[in-house]
Design a protein. Structure first.
Length: 320
């Protein structure tokens, strides 16, 4: 079988590509430019013609994926901006929403063989910020961020802008399927991920160009005072499981304080130690139910020690 993956050069996507290739799939990786695909061609050269690139310069353009979807059996849509630098919310909303609807529309028109489309959404589309501890599930939607961006525009918080892009893009995907269900031969599966951590496979020259989630972890290990705070996490190496159609599925291990990661790292390493044990005092306002991922996908979650060990070994091998 042949799988198209958008944003193939991204942190998560490179792991997905490698896993698919290892499992015998053929993969077409869509990237914005030949330059962005160079590292992928080198990394996946051992798989020969099982890996090919598709250049999609602008995912917001009408019909951007019309060619790329032809001849594939499944699509994984991961291309979407994940950063907190946007001034105008449209910088995030446009590529997130148009990219998602665009790839679905191309699949509707030209993806004759497509059976399944997986969209990488986020717990950003699930969460709410509250002063009370909450446990959230697939039934929850982040209308709070959307409201903030509607009301405050550019003045909305950076987090709200990103979270709105993920919420609206995911809603648009489900709406698309509802509107076109009579004309499409595929089903949709949406994965909602919290912070994704783990070793790096993609092209990174130095820690300063790390993607947002792994950069936060690197900061926690290296910058004084940045081990405060936390969130919920998943190890990137777990994203390989085939998902069930028509389902929205949260994939999350558990809540953490960054200090917990410093404590979980192998003893004797060169990174900062913070205040060992202080993580146990953290109040976790957000937790996610993950029973559905276990039931539907058979997810088996890695331990924090396992992930921490792999990440630290990766950094050390890079001399960081
Ligand atoms: P990366 O930043 O590593 O990769 C993002 C990918 O999307 C890159 O291929 C990038 O291409 C592409 N992309 C971003 N903006 C645009 C744009 N405007 N036009 C075209 N392509 C674009 O991110 P991750 O691997 O961390 O994230 C991948 C997906 O997973 C995203 O949808 C993100 O929202 C989601 N996610 C990530 C989490 C995490 O903790 N990492 C948590 C939850 C969800 P280019 O390099 O050319 O810019």
């Amino acid at each position: 079988p042949h799988v198209l993956i958008s944003g193939a050069n991204g942190y998560i996507a490179v792991w997905v590509v490698r896993t698919l290739l290892e499992e015998g799939f053929s993969v077409r990786g869509a990237v914005c430019s030949a330059e962005k695909g160079k590292h992928l061609s080198e990394l996946f050269a051992p798989y020969g013609d099982k890996f090919e690139l598709a250049i999609v310069p602008d995912i917001t353009a009408l019909g951007a994926f019309d060619e790329a979807v032809q001849g594939v059996d499944a699509i994984e849509h991961t291309a979407s901006p994940f950063h907190f630098q946007a001034d105008n919310p449209a910088e995030l909303l446009e590529p997130a929403i148009k990219g998602t609807v665009g790839i679905l529309e191309s699949a509707r028109k030209y993806g004759k063989g497509v059976k399944r489309i997986v969209v990488t959404s986020s717990c950003a589309a699930v969460m709410n910020i509250s002063t009370e501890p909450q446990v959230l599930s697939e039934l929850d939607w982040n209308d709070q961020a959307v409201k903030e961006v509607e009301e405050r525009g550019r003045a909305a918080s950076a987090g709200a802008k990103y979270r709105t892009s993920k919420t609206l893009a995911e809603r648009a995907a489900w709406d698309f399927v509802e509107t076109h269900k009579a004309e499409i031969g595929w089903d949709l599966s949406v994965l909602n991920l919290p912070l994704v951590l783990g070793p790096i496979l993609h092209a990174i020259a130095s820690p300063t160009t790390l993607n947002t989630s792994t950069c936060m972890m690197y900061d926690a290990f290296t910058k004084p005072g940045s081990a405060a705070g936390g969130g919920c996490w998943i190890d990137v190496r777990a994203l390989q499981r085939a998902a069930a159609g028509g389902e929205r599925i949260i994939i999350a291990v558990g809540a953490f304080a960054w200090q917990d990661w410093l404590d979980a790292a192998p003893a004797g390493g060169k990174y900062q130690k913070g205040t060992p044990g202080a993580g146990k005092d953290a109040v976790h306002l957000l937790r996610y139910r993950n029973e559905k991922s276990v039931r539907v996908l058979g997810m088996e979650y890695r331990s924090m020690a396992d992930t921490a060990k792999a990440v630290v070994a990766d950094w050390e091998a890079r001399g960081w």
